[in-house]
Each structure stands twice: as C-alpha cells, then as structure tokens.
Write a new protein. Structure first.
Length: 177
C-alpha cells in the first residue's frame, strides 16, 4: 500500500468509515492473530486479544504519528494487549527468581529438520511465563530489563525464564535428532 493510500485509509478509519476499518482489520488481523497466539497460547483467547487490540487501534489512530510503520504500531498494541491479558490472569506472579547460571548450547541440527509450524508448536507448548519471556526476548527483541519492567518481575527472573524456555525447547527438539 502506498503511503498516501495508507494515510487516506487512516483518515477514513478516524471518521468511523466501517469499510475503511474493515480494510485495515483485514490487512493486519491475520498477522496480529499469529502474534497473539504466540503469547496467549490458544486461538479463542488470541481472538479476544486481537479484538481488544483493534478496539484500541481504532480509538487511538489519532495518536499514530507515521514515524514508524503502521504495521509496527498495530503490532505493538497487539503485544501490549496480550501482555495485559496475561497480567490480568496473574501469570507473572508465578515466576520465581531462581537464577539459572548456564546458558544451554542449542543443537541446531534438530532445528534444520523441523518445519516452522513444528517449531511454533514447540514454543506454544511452553509454560506461559517461559513462552512470554522467550517471545519478548528472542522474537520481539526486548531486553531483559525491559521485560522485567513490563512484567513487574526481577531482571534475573526474565533471564531465568528465558534460559528455562531454551532448555525446554532443546529438550523437545531432541526427538528430531
């Protein structure tokens, strides 16, 4: 979509043009659904998260500055909506501060033998805290300090959850060797 077309679409959405809103939703919803599933782990909850995210998108389009991509802005809202959902379920209160000191070495030959869908299934099967930290750190690029601030945990807990997620992923990958 050309930038001028995107700006016209945004302005139409801000005027509550239902056709424009549907166009924007159809353009981004499938990708946002994949992101939500990565965080919350199931389709029904992910649909609720995406719905909530798009309510926020449409109600705050006037705050979009066009300094970054519209997709990136919608993505950030979707991630924040998923994290809000997880926080509301007290998911992060169960994360402990045990520090794991050694980072496992990943056997990459197993990764080469599986499909992207199989890898996503493995990540989706992680316990919620592990999955959330893994997604935020490895996929979204947050630092452990940022994750700790967002989740209301210690930075060491973020590191520990990430390392544990990697250990579980490695263990699950062993069946592909």
């Amino acid at each position: 979509m050309h930038i001028d077309d995107e700006q016209k679409l945004i302005k139409a959405c801000m005027r509550n043009d239902r056709t424009a809103q549907k166009t924007l939703y159809d353009r981004f919803a499938p990708f946002m659904m994949a992101i939500a599933i990565r965080y919350v782990g199931d389709d029904d909850t992910a649909q609720d998260v995406v719905q909530e995210a798009f309510i926020k998108v449409f109600s705050s389009l006037n705050q979009y500055t066009a300094k970054g991509s519209l997709e990136g802005w919608v993505r950030r809202i979707t991630i924040n909506s998923a994290l809000e959902y997880l926080r509301s379920k007290n998911i992060f209160n169960s994360i402990d501060d045990d520090e794991v000191t050694q980072i496992p070495t990943m056997n990459t030959s197993a990764i080469e033998k599986i499909s992207a869908d199989e890898l996503m299934d493995i990540i989706a099967s992680l316990p919620t805290g592990y999955r959330t930290v893994f997604n935020m750190y490895a996929v979204e690029g947050y630092s452990h300090k940022e994750i700790a601030q967002i989740m209301g945990i210690q930075e060491s807990s973020s590191r520990s959850q990430y390392i544990r997620a990697k250990l579980l992923i490695q263990k699950k990958l062993e069946k592909y060797l």
